[in-house]
Design a protein around this ligand. Structure first.
Ligand SMILES: [Ca+2]
Ligand SMILES: [Ca+2]
Length: 348
């Protein structure tokens, strides 16, 4: 399968950054138990540093205890890989007949422009994105607080006969600092920006850069496809929560509605410094498969750009991306492992 990229002239918390933070913050394991002492000292240092900076801490690493109304501001450590995953019932012919399943798609990146001031010395190519739900049911995630900055989330899928089911996907909600200088409860790894180099025939040959932004708050911002069946006339999922004391948060995107992020928003860019030639600028919805959908292979959209970027005709062949990698999550749940973030006080 080839995904055609529209030749045209034409939204941070990267996973790499998270992983670096995790490596930096994880204390070395000691057989003599000194690791625990390091954790305690580290937690005290984080708490002190944060208080000095005027921010607040909701949970001290290692205690697992929350203080309502306060929020961790230290660099966070990602949760362990989720275990106990359910299979995707929306890809099961028999089961999906009983369900209203979501189907996320990504609009083509829009509003591209060069930004040389956000990161002095670097060239950022910004673009807006829009995550749309064209399925028959909402993409709804219900998070339950486990750590200061994290919630484990379950997906709710509504039954055609009434009621709903709950499935464990790879979803986590993250209390992320973003636009307006506020923290928002967002879906971690809800989308990803990628830049692919194109050959002379317009075929994508290598992924050369990724953008920093991966967290988005699902919401009903605009009803862009009112013709979609079961599209509610009014928003069901309003603006995302900034409540630092929230213990439960529900995020979602209704059928026919879009969650839209302008190119000016926080981390809506890919660093294209030093690159020349033709590339596909790709936006991917739900790259980690946090949301089970009726179609997992239509989540990408792209435009072709020539770098250094200038608006107008790009003079590049239409791009062809390699086939999607398929569902990001295995359809058969992996065996359970200790340390699952869905348990109480997951170890991170
Ligand atoms: Ca989809
Ligand atoms: Ca998905």
């Amino acid at each position: 399968m080839i995904v055609r990229v529209h030749a045209t002239h034409a939204t941070g918390d990267s996973e790499a950054e998270m992983n670096r933070a995790a490596r930096a913050e994880r204390p070395p394991r000691r057989a003599d138990g000194r690791g625990a002492a390091i954790v305690a000292v580290g937690a005290a240092v984080v708490l002190a540093a944060t208080l000095v900076l005027g921010d607040s801490v909701g949970a001290v690493a290692g205690t697992g205890r929350e203080r309502p109304g306060l929020v961790a501001t230290a660099r966070f450590v990602p949760p362990p890989p989720p275990t106990g995953l359910d299979p995707n019932p929306c890809l099961d012919r028999r089961k999906r007949r009983q369900l209203y399943c979501p189907d996320l798609v990504m609009k083509r990146p829009f509003g591209l422009y060069v930004d040389t001031w956000t990161k002095p010395g670097r060239v950022l190519l910004r673009a807006g994105n829009s995550i749309d739900n064209i399925g028959s049911g909402p993409a709804e995630l219900h998070g339950v607080r486990r750590k200061a900055s994290w919630m484990v989330a379950w997906q709710r899928i509504y039954r055609r006969g009434g009621g709903r089911i709950r499935v464990r996907t790879r979803a986590y909600l993250y209390f992320k600092r973003a636009h307006l200088g506020l923290r928002w409860w967002k879906v971690w790894r809800a989308a990803r920006f990628e830049l692919w180099r194109l050959d002379r025939r317009g075929r994508a040959t290598a992924r050369v850069r990724v953008g920093p932004k991966v967290s988005y708050c699902f919401r009903d911002l605009r009803r862009t496809r009112p013709w979609v069946r079961r599209s509610p006339p009014a928003p069901v999922y309003p603006a995302c929560s900034t409540d630092s004391s929230a213990q439960r948060v529900t995020l979602g995107a209704s059928p026919g509605w879009s969650d839209i992020y302008p190119p000016t928003y926080h981390e809506q860019w890919i660093d294209v410094t030093g690159l020349r030639g033709c590339f596909a600028y790709v936006h991917i919805a739900d790259p980690a498969n946090s949301v089970y959908e009726s179609n997992e292979r239509n989540n990408r959209a792209a435009v072709v750009v020539r770098l250094p970027y200038r608006p107008g005709p790009q003079g590049c062949p239409g791009g062809k991306l390699p086939a999607p990698e398929g569902p990001a999550a295995p359809e058969v749940p992996p065996p359970a492992q200790p340390g699952d973030g869905s348990g109480s006080g997951g170890a991170y």
